[in-house]
Structure formats: structure tokens, C-alpha cells
Write a protein of this length. Structure first.
Lengths: 411, 411
């Protein structure tokens, strides 16, 4: 299958045509005007790489708005865990699909997920047309190497699914588990998705238990690695940043969730300066309560300006890169930019949408002004998964998910 | 004209019908089922009061994205002021109308504006169907009492326009001007729209020049008053809060703009606790770059949670009130809630929009999840100004405004 996009405004500000062949961008402004099987006239539209949401618990969208404005411990213990205990595989399938609807509508083509029932998540990814890292969620209690190995094999059988191991965090695992997970990840060449240094309490508890800060502890047990993707990293200090940089471990900042749960503001500017591959995520919808990456990109930039008392900190272009090219790098994908040979994961933006008028600077409008509704068409892996704001299967999933959500919270 | 809305989900979580007569909500669940001239079946929709955007420079939307990521002084002097010097009355008319499109689409029915060419702003308000406070922007240089008086008279002739005097800030006015403005406002019974304590520099300069902090200075010259609406108030201390509370002066927090220009986070929780009528605004689009009040309400709540290291701070319901009932109180309007006898300024929300699914808690979804695209229909002053996401006159205005914006920044 080939798709030929004409007259699209590029992030550079120039107009171009784009030829997509299979799942790749074959050519920008091809000399021979080979039209594709599908021709899209993008007049009045701009093209941007699909966004990466690098930390999600997608199916938690079922609990969106169910318990807000609580302190973290009460939130988890009295509200989230009791409902999660009732989750069945079917719920996770429809919850993940519901999240995919929100992500596609807001220009996201790839997400990095961690939740229960990983096979159902993978099935939802396949159905949605999106790309995703799907990890097997693990704790010290639940981890069994043979099972984890089997899960990785199963996940690798799904289309557009990148398998990963998901040990939850230092406070829900132990040294033995983490070392074994690391060994298995190396053996199978899969990613590790982890929560690191999200709260001050995590750091304090780690200092008490191990006499060192979380990233130091992980370095000492040999857990740090280029395949390790660390969500949050709100409380890293300079020494820990150096350790992460040296091992080429990755960082995902989740600014909205970190504010909502009163965790803090990550030292993003310093993390980037330390040479760490840095990206962005929303976290699950229960602690955000949105999967809108435009909001996350904007907030990431704004919070660094605030934190450094410097309006020039984390400017638009750099913030945009966190959610595109940097994330692709973290996943070792040739993606995240509109370039020949890159994965055809991209979106068309309606330039007549109110957030794009006037259009003095496309990147600035995308970062500081855009709303999901400006996204007109989404292509992932060379296939159109949303056209003119319509995802074919969405109404049915919304109805089913609404019913499932109601059942979950009823006694 | 009467409008009868059936089957609408209320913020309370119950379904109701609403009878609108003239510009007021005549009855909730009227006993006689008098149908209106227009009947709206709101099945699958919720109703909420229209949002108030309490600090705007609406026409600055023409400069959205033109100059981002600059330090405040450079931003103003080298980028904003030179372009503003070229503004003509026609530009302000179309710029304001463009801003009205964005505000209506995101559920705002009333805004509090301060910019040049106030008559053109009032003309745009009239055309848009929205309600607005339109102030005459004033500085020590530009203020002439007779002119200001004439402007108030003219503004009071426009529909749905509340006239106000807009002395810019302490650093662009002087004691004589402020005292005269206050006297005139009392004489004519009009509001005063002011910038107060936006930056640390403003406070430091005031301390240097007057030996006291901005609100103390204003109290001492007798400027504080119940008709005074103070935008920003990022750097108020407790003593200043007491002074504002005692005089019943109002506060408008603009959290997004305050982050973007690296001004700081307003002590909103303390301001509210001091008993001050507190509301929210976006500020102009050049320093935000959005007029989306959903974003502002969410950010206001999230920043207080962060600032107080307390996930329970400024919960959803209270944050929502800042942008509705509190704002109506600040303007002395019987509005900002769906109640009998209140102004018929309200919105219908599409409950099938992805941000509203699932719907465990409507207020929580509105505050933490909603995107403008969930707004389906907007009624202001008893008239439908947007129906099924369509504002009749918007395409023409977008085209004209885009052209004007391009002309403005071209040399």
C-alpha cells in the first residue's frame, strides 16, 4: 500500500509532498510524481510526527474521575486498589481501547504502557492500529521468570507491539527480582519499564532501607542499563543523573500527574543537560485525568520556565522533541520525525482549527496552543487509523467502556 | 423568546429540564411542561454554567506564537510593543472576534478584557453574542478624565457590555492618575480592571520607590475598593491579602501566563482563605497561548496541590467555582450557576466526547479532563450563540484575522 500526501505544511514551515510505502516514509518531495494508492490533499493542513506517550497505564481510564483530590496513600489504598482487584481481562481490553481513542484523537501514535493482563493490552493495540510498548507488570510477589519469559514470547507475536518487562518500582520489588529481571531482559533483548524516584517518600524510604538514594541503589545492584525506561524521576539529584547518563538509561517525565499527586516538579532541564535521553508521558488517566500529550508538552515547558525563573527555559522546539524524536530514540525506533526512511507514524493538523489561527509559528502553536481537536488525520505504521476526526470503531467501544466502568465502581 | 432544554444532566448529577425566558433561567423542572419557542433535547448531554475568563487582552490572539520563550522585558520591548504600535481599530475588532470564537468553543460566555480601541472591542462583543467587561486601557500618559468619561458613556450603550476603567498597573500610572480614576469609577459606578503584583520585579521596584509593597501602596492612596479587579496577584503577602479582603477588592489568578512568563505561582489557597473573591483568567493569547479556561481551571488546582505538597488542595468543585459563581460575584451578576432567576449563560457538554467517558463524576471530568471540543452548544443572555459546535460567522473571521496577523508582523 502507498499513500501520497500533497501540499502539507512541514514543521520547517515549508510545503511538501510525502510518499508513504509500506510502513515507511519512502520519499519527501519525490521527483517522479508517483501517486499512491491513496492520495490525500493536505491543503490547509500541516504534518507532524505522531506523538509518543511514554508512560501510561492506559486501562486506568476506566477510573478517570472516580477518586480525585485525595492524598496518594489514601487514593491508592482506599479507592484505586479495591476497584483494580475487580478488574477482569475483558475490562482491560476495552479500557485500553478507550484510551487508544483518546490518544489517537490527540495525535499520539505510540505509547509505553504498564498494566495487568498484558495480552489484552496487546490485543487492544493491534485493534487500534497504534504502536505500543507493552510490559508485563511485575512485583517481588508476582515475578516468576518462566512466566515472564513466556509473556515476552507471546507479546512479540502481536503487530506493532514492543515487549517489555515492567518491574513496578524499588518499593514493590527487591534486589533479587530486579537482578533477575535485568538478566532476563538482556537475554531476550527487551525493554524494562520502571517507576523511579516519583515521590520524596520513595527517596527517604530508600535512604532508610539501603543507605543510598534510589538511582544509586539501582546502580550498585547493576540494574541501570540502556534498555531501562524510568518514569517520573522527580527527585533525582546530580549524582543520580550522572549514573543514569553513564548507563544510557532513559527518563520519562510526567508533569501533570506529578502535580496532581503533589509529587513535585522534575528537574528536567538538568536531566537533559546531564545527557540523558529524556521524554514525556501522561501517566494513567486516574492521576491526570487526560491522555492529551499537547497538555503534557506545554506543561513540561511551562514548569521549567517557572522552576528556573526563566521564560527562555525549555523552549517550544525542545519541548516538542521530548515527545517525538527523543522518545523514538529511547525506543530505538527510526521514527519521531518526517524524514525519508522513518516510520510512517504521522498526523495531519487542520490549520483552520481555532488553535492554529493565526499561524506565525507552527511549532509554537503545536506546543503552546494546540488542542486535540486540531488533529484531523492520523497515520500509524503506514495505515490511516483516523480520517477527518473519525475512528471507525470508537462509538461501540465508548458505550462498552462506559458500562464496564459503571459496573466496576458499583458494589 | 423562550428556550426549553430537556433531559440535561446537571452538575449535581441529576437530570433536569430548564426553561429560559428572555435572558434568564425562568424555571428548573417547571411543573407545567410549557415548551419553548425552541426545544433542545439534551439527552446524552450535560449542562454547566458558562465559564468566565476574568483577565484577557483578547485581540492579542493576533500575536499568538509570534514571540515565545523570551524573557519578559525583551518580549515586550523588542517583540510585542513594536507590533502593537501598528495596530489599527479594524485589527482589534477582528482580533477580538477571533478570540471570541476560541472562547465560545471552549465554553466561556463572559470575559473581562483590557486593550486598546475599546469601542471596537465592544462592537466585537455585540457581534459575538458574548458578555464582557470592556475597559478603557489607561496609563499616566494617556489618561484624560473627560475622554475616559466619554468612553464609559459610549461603552454603556453596547449590549451585554459592562464598562470599566483600565489603569494598567502601578508602574505605568502614578498616584494622581490612580486617585482620579478611582474617583471617576465611583462617580460613574463602573469597575476598575488592574494588573497587581504580577512579577517579583514589580514588588521590588515598588518597595524601592514607595517604601512599601504594591497593595500597601494602593491601600495608602485609597485605591482599594470593591469595584477593583486585580489580575495576577502572584506576589501578595499576608498583610496585602488582608488589605484586599478588607476593601472587598477582587483577585484574578492567571496560572498559565504566570508560568509561561516565569512570574511565579500565586498563593491562591491563602488568597481564598483570606476571604477575597477569587477568580481565574487566561491573560492574553500571546502569553499563554490559549484562551481555554478548562486548561486554566485544571492548572490552578494542580499548581496549588504542588505548591502545598498536598493532593487535596483546591479540589475540583472549588476550582470550578473560581471560574463560575465566584466570577459572577466579582462582577455583581446573578450568574455562574444553573439556578432559577440567574442569567441564561450556559453550555451543553457532549457526554459522548472522549473526555467525558466514563462519567464517574461530572465536575471532576469538567475540571481535570475536559477539552473544548466537548462543548456542544452555548447559550448567552438567553440566545444560542453556538449550536452543535458551529458558530455561523466563524470561518469568515478566521480568514480575515489570519490575513491581518500576517500583515501586522510583516515589515
Amino acid at each position: 500500500m502507498t499513500i501520497f500526501i500533497e501540499n502539507a505544511l512541514m514543521p520547517s514551515g515549508k510545503k511538501a509532498s510525502i510518499l508513504i510505502e509500506g510502513n515507511k516514509i519512502e520519499a519527501i518531495n519525490p521527483k517522479e510524481k508517483d501517486k499512491g494508492d491513496v492520495v490525500i490533499d493536505a491543503k490547509g493542513k500541516a504534518v507532524m510526527p505522531g506523538l509518543f506517550n511514554m508512560h501510561t497505564h492506559a486501562a486506568m481510564i476506566l477510573l478517570k474521575g472516580y477518586a480525585d483530590d485525595y492524598e496518594l496513600h489514601e487514593w491508592l489504598t482506599n479507592h484505586i486498589f479495591p476497584v483494580e482487584a475487580k478488574l477482569r481481562s475483558r475490562d482491560v481490553y476495552y479500557g485500553t481501547l478507550l484510551a487508544c481513542i483518546e490518544m489517537i484523537h490527540s495525535g499520539t501514535t505510540c505509547f509505553n504502557d504498564m498494566y495487568f493482563f498484558e495480552e489484552e493490552i496487546a490485543r487492544a493495540v493491534e485493534k487500534s492500529g497504534m504502536r505500543a510498548v507493552v510490559s508485563k507488570a511485575l512485583s517481588a510477589q508476582s515475578y516468576k521468570r518462566a512466566e515472564a519469559k513466556k509473556a515476552m514470547k507471546k507479546l512479540s507475536g502481536f503487530e506493532r507491539v514492543i515487549p517489555a518487562l515492567g518491574p513496578h518500582a524499588i518499593y514493590t520489588t527487591d534486589e533479587e527480582t530486579l537482578c533477575d529481571v535485568k538478566e532476563l531482559a538482556s537475554e531476550l533483548n527487551v525493554l524494562i519499564h520502571f517507576h523511579l524516584s516519583e515521590t520524596k517518600k520513595e527517596v527517604e524510604d530508600c535512604l532508610k532501607e539501603h543507605g543510598k538514594r534510589p538511582a544509586e541503589y539501582l546502580a550498585d545492584i547493576g540494574f541501570l542499563d540502556s534498555k531501562l525506561i524510568n518514569a517520573h524521576c522527580v527527585w533525582l539529584n546530580r549524582k543520580e543523573m550522572k549514573l543514569l547518563a553513564r548507563s544510557d538509561a532513559k527518563v520519562v517525565s510526567c508533569p501533570t500527574s506529578n502535580l496532581k499527586l503533589a509529587s513535585g516538579i522534575a528537574p528536567l532541564k538538568e536531566i537533559i543537560k546531564a545527557g540523558i535521553t529524556t521524554t514525556l508521558g501522561t501517566d494513567g488517566s486516574a492521576s491526570n485525568n487526560s491522555l492529551n500529550m499537547f497538555e503534557t508538552i506545554k506543561l513540561a515547558s511551562l514548569l521549567q520556565k517557572y522552576k528556573h525563573f526563566d521564560a527562555t527555559a525549555l523552549p517550544a522546539k525542545q519541548a516538542f522533541e521530548l515527545a517525538t524524536i527523543n522518545a523514538a530514540k529511547a525506543l530505538n525506533l527510526k521514527a519521531g520525525a518526517i524524514k525519508e526512511g522513518f516510520l510512517a507514524d504521522l498526523c495531519l493538523i487542520n490549520l483552520k482549527h481555532i488553535t492554529m489561527v493565526p499561524n506565525h509559528n507552527l511549532i509554537s502553536n503545536i506546543v503552546f496552543s494546540a488542542e486535540p481537536a486540531c488533529i484531523d488525520t492520523v497515520i500509524c505504521d503506514g495505515k490511516i487509523i483516523m480520517e477527518n476526526r473519525v475512528i471507525e470503531w470508537e462509538e461501540d467501544v465508548k458505550e462498552k467502556a462506559q458500562r464496564i466502568a459503571e459496573e466496576l465502581v458499583s458494589a
